[in-house]
Design a protein around this ligand. Sequence first.
Ligand SMILES: [Zn+2]
Length: 76
Amino acid sequence: MNCSKAKVLMSAAIDGELNLKEEFELTRHLDECPECRSYFQDAKKTKIIIRERIVRVKAPQNLVESIVRMTNITAT
Ligand SMILES: [Zn+2]
């Protein structure tokens, strides 16, 4: 996998939209690519901050579920 493919997968991963195979491939790339690893860390943080702000204003159920899914990804 190259870095631009990895970035597409990272974005999907943050939204909780990766299947197992994609998640595995992304994890493997992150293991060997420090640049993408730090990009992913930052992207996750940014997304979490944005979502927390949205939740404070208004928290529709599907958004809450996305956050729960995202939290699960972060924990693994
Ligand atoms: Zn990379």
